[in-house]
Structures are given as C-alpha cells and as structure tokens.
Design a protein around this ligand. Sequence first.
Ligand code: ADP
Ligand code: ZN
Length: 623
Amino acid sequence: MRETDTGDGHPSAGSESTAIRDPQEILHSVFGYSTFRPPQGEVIDTLMAGEDALVLMPTGGGKSLCYQVPALALPGTAVVVSPLIALMQDQVAALREAGVAAAFLNSSQNPGESRAIGRQLLAGELDLLYMAPERLLMDGMLDRLAQIQVSLFAIDEAHCVSQWGHDFRPEYIRLEILHRRFPHVPRIALTATADETTRQEIRRRLGLDQARCFISSFDRPNIRYRIDQSGSNSRERLLRFIRDEHPGESGIVYCLSRKKVDAMADWLAGRGLTALPYHAGLTGEQRQAHQERFLNEEGVIVVATIAFGMGIDKPNVRFVAHLNLPKSIEAYYQETGRAGRDGLPADAWMLYGLQDVITLRQMMENSEAEEQYKRIERHKLDAMLGLCEMTDCRRQALLGYFGEKLTEPCGNCDNCLTPPQTWDATTPARKALSCVHRTGQRFGVNYLVDVLSGKDDDRIKRFGHDRVSTFGIGRELNGSQWRGLFRQLIARGLLAVDTNGHGGLHLVERSRPVLQGREKLWLRKESPAATRTRKSPRFAGTVSGKDAVLWEALRELRRQLSERQGIPPYTVFHDATLMEMMEKRPQTLGEMGDISGVGSHKLEKYGDVFLSLLARHNESFNQ
Ligand code: ADP
Ligand code: ZN
C-alpha cells in the first residue's frame, strides 16, 4: 500500500511510481484476505493485461476487489463510476480504513473540498477516485483525466445503462465516450443483474464488445428462502420471527404501500424494536436520517417500500422480510439479495396471500402500458407465483429462472427443510370453478366462498344463487381453506381476475380441463397455524453463553471506534472478522494479523485494543 495521506494532502510515494505490485500481496496486506474468490483472480489478471472485463456476480460475491486490487497494483489512478452518493461514501470510507488513498467527488462536497481533491488527482496522489457519471462527463473532467495516468475505469452498477431495468440512468449511456477518449485504458463493468438482455445491453452501450465476460453462479447459498401464505396474524408472525430468530439484528421489512409501511414501523416500534419507516412520502432529510441510522447502528430494522435498497451496502443485514408479493422473480431476487452480503447465514422470509395475487393481477391489467409489455409483466408475475406455490426446492427454481442449473435440492429453503404435503384438490377445484360459472363469472372470492358454504345471506338470495347447483356443496372445507384454494387457482392461471377493480373472477381456456375433470390437480397443503417459521435461531443463536458476552463486547468496542470516527461499524471490521476473533482468540499482533479481514493498516490501528479486550475477557472467564 502506498504511503499516501489523503487527509492533509502531503504528496508522497503516490501513484507517480510505475512499479507494478503483486495482487496477491495486496489482497493480504491491504484487505487482510488470504485467497481470491473465483473469478476475482482472473478478472484482475485481465485488467492488469490491459484488457476490458464485464463482471456479473451476485450481491456479496466480491465485485469491488476486482477493480480495487488492480487499482492498487497498477500505476496511476483508477476512476470508479458509481451511481449513488451513499455507495461512494461507503466504499471510500472502507478503503480509507484499510489505508488506501481513495476519494470521491460528488455534490455533497463544498467547492473547497472538491478543489482539494482535484489537486490531489493532478498530483497523482490518489489510487482510486469515485464519482457519479454526471461529474465525470462535465466541466472538462475528461480533459483533466487526460493529463494524468488513469490506471483503469470501473463502471459499477453497469445495469444502469439498461432502459428496461428499474435503475436506468441516462448518463450511463454517455459513458461510451470513455472507450473512445481513452482507448488504451482498461475498463471493467460490474453488475449483479443476471439476465441476458441486460448483459447484451451493457456490452453494446458501453462499447465492451471485446470485453472478457465473467459470469459467476448467482446462487446465494447463505440465504434461506421461506415463503408462506399470510393470514390475519401476519404482523404477529413477523414479530415472532424477528424476536425468535433475529433478536438485536438488522433487517429490512418490505411492504407495498406507504400507509402499510408507516403502520408496520409504528407497530414494531411499539413492541420494543428499533423500526424506522422509509418511503417516498417522507422528506429527503427523514429518509437520509433513517438510512444513516440503519447503516451506523446495530439492530435497526427498516420498514420500507421498494424505494429502499439500492445503495445499501451494509454487509450484515440478517433478514429481508416481505409482507407483500414482489411482482417478479427478478425483484424478489434483488430485494432478498440485500440480506447476508457478508456470507453469514441470513433469511429471506415472505408471507403472501390471496389479496396480493388479486391486487397485482389487477394493477397489471389496468396499467397503461402497451399490450406487449403487459404480456411480459404478466409472464413475470406468473413465474413469481409459481415460485410461491411450488412444493420442490425453491432455490432450484429461482436459479433455473435465471438459466442456472442446480443439480441437487439445496437443503436451505423451507421446502427442502420441511417438505410441504400435497393433496388431491381436483374435486374441490371443480366445485370452485363450477361455482364461478353458475354465478355468472362476475363475483369475488368472498361471495363465491359464501355460496359454496351455503351461507344464509340476503345478497345470495337476491341473486337467486341459493338455488344454483353449487350452493352449499363445499362444506368439506372451511372459509380459509376455500380462500387458499382460490388463491392457488388464480396463481396457477386457472381463474382470471376482472380488470374493473372489484375482484370478480372468470373462467379461462385453461379452466376447462379441470372443470371437466380431465385434469387432476395436486396442491400444496396449507397448514393454517402455519408455523413453518419454526424457531431455528442460527446466527444469534450460535453465539450463546460466554460467547454471547464476548460477542456483545466486541460489537460494542467496534461501535465506539466507529462512532468516534463517524463511519459505519462494518467499516471497522465485518461481523465475520469479529466471529473469527471470537473463535481463534488471537493473543499476539501476529495472530491477529492472520484473522481474515485484518489488513496491515487495521492491525496497526485496532490490533492492540481488540487484543486487550480478548485478553480481559479470557481472564475474567478463567477466574
Ligand atoms: P459485491 O460488491 O459483489 O456485492 P463486495 O465487494 O461488497 O460484494 O464483497 C462482499 C463481501 O465479501 C465483503 O465483505 C468483502 O470484503 C468480502 N470479500 C470479497 N472478496 C473476498 C475474498 N477474496 N476473501 C474474503 N472476503 C472477500
Ligand atoms: Zn431447497
């Protein structure tokens, strides 16, 4: 690592030197890690050889090192394009903690600060400079870069060039100019978005046709997927899940509407949890404040609409809970992917119900979009519903959707852990479809269930539906079982929802074989108590007894150190690093330096305080 101080601007060895350093040595001394994860090593070799790279890796896969290591190994300054201020700040803070000469340029700085960084840049004192695409493309920035040695360009969150994605940023398209202005500077584009269309678009729009492409598995083995049907007690189940499995840990709870976000955050806070709302209806300051608390404190839960997420680099989000159905598998994968970036066990926990299916189907049908677009959306929702209702390994299906094959069931999703039972629903399904038909294909689920149950009801009498053949033929199931059956029929596309907003159901072509008894229907058995959210504390739970005391002490020390410096705790050390300290109990600086995540700069800065804490703990425990 170069002896460059970005704080006071003292020029030193800096980037003027032309020596190329060994990536492996940088990995060890700067980042404190022992080996590259595939394909990091190869990506780094590609850039070091002056070639371009396109890297598709899941969240938490380790994309940053792919450009940070060559940025330190090669002479000159690496320019990193990043779409969000929060992301830049986080990365730069983490790099500085590791003793790296890194800085960012963005609108959060005053002109004086920006000028100081501009001077450092020209003096060749920076190893990495982060900025938003707007900044890179304005005010003669490219001319300035032409005067210095640029080691590489890294384009992070490269899927922002895609107009079809949800994170489209028009300025990203203009980044194509880098290729023409700096033909000899290697470029690397990185994203966690897996699909082929986006990949092609990145290549085309950024002029990366020649780039070597590195695609990792998109599996996130440490995330446990769990999906269950919701009911009247969803809130309580969420609370129980958090209390039993993630006490004192941070997580994200996604809800569909602002109103529901506010209500849920209030309710959880009233139960003694630190829960903060986040949605587009709050002021910018409120959102900022809540996001900062989430990043800087331990154990904060953010209850949010999907507006919350991108730019959240926090590695120790231990759970993502959905209280509504995402509208596609892509969205589900991306949202759940915010859990467990650090590779430690994390939960993706979801409850969804009949109303979700109806609401999403209606929203889609009523949208102003073109028919072709709607068809795609419909198809995506169907795939998502399929994932919810399936009885086999969810991870196999999830990865299969992205074109990746997992040969064995994963053993870490609800269906693998507690295989759901199925039942022959052919006869009840025929009754349900027939009831839709007999009542004129315009009533909603509750009415249909009342007819099937033979309810004594004025409205039913007024319509004369107490005289249809399906009146009262469904007494073998109770109301909630019937609603579950209707949900599964709608989810499977065997019944369609009207677009007028009243939730009326009608038959479709695919209903026919089931209605006529030519097709059998096996469905997932719903367990009404549905405590498939078994108590299985895995992370918090593994730290017990004396370890729990030490664990809290380590976290507390980390918190104090980070608070003093105004940086998030995880920039001091990740949870995994603290865990390893707890396991290995290093007693010397040498042993401390062998802990994964302890580079030489952090060893110097924090080694002693953590060693003495461990020593104190050993003593008090041995007494
Ligand atoms: P991404 O940007 O792909 O989401 P990050 O770059 O944030 O992922 O890395 C995820 C986590 O993995 C970080 O905690 C990072 O420090 C860690 N990590 C990355 N590469 C390695 C490695 N070679 N050895 C150990 N830990 C690594
Ligand atoms: Zn599985």
